[in-house]
Design a protein around this ligand. Sequence first.
Ligand SMILES: Cc1cc2nc3c(=O)[nH]c(=O)nc-3n(C[C@H](O)[C@H](O)[C@H](O)COP(=O)(O)O)c2cc1C
Length: 386
Amino acid sequence: MGRFQYACDANSNRTQRDLSLTGGLDELYTYDDLNRLTSMQRGTLSGGAIGSETRQEDWGLDALGNWETYDVEVNNAAFLEQERDHNDVNEVGVIDIKPEGTGTDWADVVHDDRGNMTTIPKPTSLSASLTCVYDAWNRLVAVVGFPDSIWFSLDGAGRRGRSAEDTFLLGRPGTAVARPDGRRPHGPGRGVFRGRPRRYTGGRPEPRHGRRLLMQTEAPYTEAINLKYPEPVVVAIAKDAQGKYNPISLGWCMCTSFKPPMLAISIGLTRYSLEAVRSAGAFVVAMPSEDQEADVMLFGTKSGRDMDKLGAAGTKTVPAERIDCVLLDDAVANFECRVAGELRTGDHVIFAGEVVRSTMNPEKPNRLYTVGAGHIMGGLPRKWKR
Ligand SMILES: Cc1cc2nc3c(=O)[nH]c(=O)nc-3n(C[C@H](O)[C@H](O)[C@H](O)COP(=O)(O)O)c2cc1C
């Protein structure tokens, strides 16, 4: 229990707080000509002044109200003497100790182009930092490094669930949804997370001050294109000039027509398969299953110039019926294609093939995907199996 008494000046600024039942927690406040708080002293009020001062805080404000300096004294001894800088849109950036000042530099604050603080000083160790992640609606969805990443769920009203570790930071009750493994949070708000589960890896560019974009920022092609994964893998097979059926693993394959059904594959100029497809005038596109990863890795890292890949892998094949080629018996599906045309595109050639026959594995095994750059392959869960 306590009883507060306040005093105010003619501008209605609160100038003192007197906590009568508990000693040492009275406060005096000072304002500048613009009625902005510039100083707070805590201790015991006596005759309108603070005695036995336990804490004092002073703010040096610029014309826009940003804290240029922030000083703290504890028991009349300097504890923290900071200076801070702000950008053109009044976002705080560097928080350093004044020259000859007391204390330790805090981690610099970084904002994204939408004004969200993406790097903040860690409350329990202010020289270290935490990374904050926001969704497309600028709602905080993760704090990374506290000490593990914490992912929050958001309900339909935007209320955030919290985990046990974040009490100091957020201090609101809710449901615990920490995902230190970086996987997508579960719970009622999961609809706000779009796309596949992903681990936050940081790396947003520096904000361009004063600009407010939505989610898009400039990125090198090699970085942005890696976001295409998972990418389904196919194996194209064509008979070479020596009569050998040569398989090549391909990520670049697509449907291009319903009537007639057509598939296009893109083969690099350096591949042995290029001439094989040209000379055969036909190829098979097989969709390997997730169990065929080892074969696909061999077909995608060795060349038919040097070896018989199908023989080396011991892959089970069956003859194609409409073209001179073979099918992969354990694949999810196979398509026999006749080359309808080719188009040179940079360092690859696209072959468009008319599908003249298709087969499928009645057991419908899962397809194989490349799930990350560097030929990281695996199967994906399929909820919609028919
Ligand atoms: C998962 C995976 C996807 C690939 N995608 C393609 C592709 O789309 N186009 C291509 O030319 N090479 C691609 N490659 C590389 C070829 O498969 C590789 O160079 C192969 O050894 C060429 O064989 P060849 O010389 O017998 O034709 C891929 C490799 C892997 C492992």
